[in-house]
Design a protein around this ligand. Structure first.
Ligand code: EPS
Length: 381
């Protein structure tokens, strides 16, 4: 079973990830990982930290000569900011500086402090920070390389930033490049300018802003996931993974929540046959009965505004319970474009996991044999 762990504090030495269950013989291009990491760092409205970092993955194990060995893959991403934090974040000695005692509403600070009995909330925020998503993006970039030989591709973009929406032409063959080059992950340049002005205004007011992102997966064969086992349902696993991304408050597939605002015939995708089964609509978002149905998988996720506000909300000082303003940590005003990259990684991991559950093999040759045999069989169905 494909699985991974991450470790690392935001101002610690590095982030690490270990991915286990990758078959032998997957071609790994480190440039693809680093390209995703660089994309995650971008976006209008990010804070000072991204000027310090230049995220790059170093593969420590599990890959030889550009191909996976079948053993666990360990990778690390250096935190360049560590040099500024070494004396505070050291494993052996740590100065009690830059302590945090005024928990930020919306962050893990207060409950994390209670739960782990930390009185310096830095001990919580260091790990709860969305810096950890860099490790997940590296994992996602490996996952994408597992499924790429089978024609599976991933697209991501931003649908809304606060009150500003994009107008996307999904049919444009340049779609992915346009999104990649957009400062806000939008398709439409005019909407992107509006979003930038909006973010400027948010920043001036000492506020932060969230948004809605979308990930589209093409080329997934019907039958990944399960209608039999609740814990192998593809939508359930994708939702779990996406919900676990910092600041995500909701996930939907296809028509999603709007399905509850209309009637059955307006929701369900009629079935046709034309040298293969096909649909003219995709309200299901590519998943029926917990299984991929061969249509694009369409996942939306909502990111709440980042909890650090430069114009902070009220809170309580931990030591004397006095009324205070929440701590202000350096932060981003808007990280929605970055979030779209992270959500894509989360989806990519779950697709690769479901793919390897179905076509399980120790090496890519076996995986390919099982995949082709299944594909041949269902094409005749
Ligand atoms: C992040 C790095 C962090 C934050 C951000 C995400 O760096 P620092 O705390 O040093 O500025 O910029 O994390 C948060 C917004 C948060 O609330 O935790 C990154 O690498 O994406």
């Amino acid at each position: 079973m494909l699985r991974y762990f991450t470790s690392g504090e935001t101002h610690g030495k590095c982030l690490t990830a270990i991915i286990e269950g990758v078959p032998a013989g997957v071609r790994i291009d480190i440039n693809r990982i680093n390209d995703e990491l660089a994309t995650r760092q971008k976006g209008y409205g990010r804070g000072g930290r991204m000027l310090i970092e230049q995220d790059k993955a170093e593969i420590l194990s599990g890959v030889r000569g550009g191909f996976t060995l079948g053993s666990p893959i360990a990778l690390s991403i250096e935190n360049k900011d560590w040099t500024n934090w070494e004396s505070i974040m050291g494993a052996e000695t740590a100065e009690a500086k830059k302590t945090v005692t005024c928990p930020r509403p919306g962050h893990a600070d207060l409950t994390g402090g209670m739960k782990y009995n930390h009185t310096d909330l830095r001990n919580v925020l260091e790990r709860a920070s969305a810096r950890e998503t860099a490790a997940r993006v590296a994992v996602g970039a490996i996952a994408e390389q597992i499924t790429a030989p089978f024609g599976i591709t991933f697209s991501r973009h931003v649908l809304t930033i606060g009150e500003i929406s994009d107008k996307a032409d999904y049919g444009d063959p340049e779609f992915d490049d346009i999104i990649k080059n957009s400062p806000v992950g939008f398709y439409d340049a005019e909407c992107a300018e509006k979003a930038k002005t909006y973010i400027d205004d948010i920043k001036e007011r000492g506020e932060s802003v969230g948004g809605i992102v979308e990930v589209i997966v093409n080329g997934v064969i019907p039958g990944l996931g399960s209608y039999v086992h609740y814990d192998r349902k593809l939508d359930a696993n994708i939702a779990f993974s996406v919900m676990s991304v910092q600041a995500i408050k909701g996930v939907e597939f296809g028509l999603g929540f709007d399905s509850g605002r209309t009637h059955g015939s307006a929701v369900h995708d009629e079935i046709f046959y034309e040298s293969g089964f096909k649909r003219n609509t995709n309200n299901a978002g590519g998943i029926e009965g917990g299984m991929s149905n061969g249509n694009p998988i369409v996942v939306k996720a909502v990111m709440k505004p980042i909890p650090t506000l430069y114009n902070p909300l009220s809170t309580v000082e931990l030591s004397d319970k006095s009324v205070k303003k929440a701590s202000v940590e350096r932060s981003d005003v808007c990280a929605v474009p970055a979030c779209s990259v992270v959500v894509k990684s989360a989806v990519a991991f779950e697709i690769a996991k479901a793919f390897l559950d179905k076509f399980s093999g120790d090496c890519m040759e076996d995986v390919t044999t099982y995949y082709n045999a299944y594909k041949d069989r269902i094409e005749k169905y």
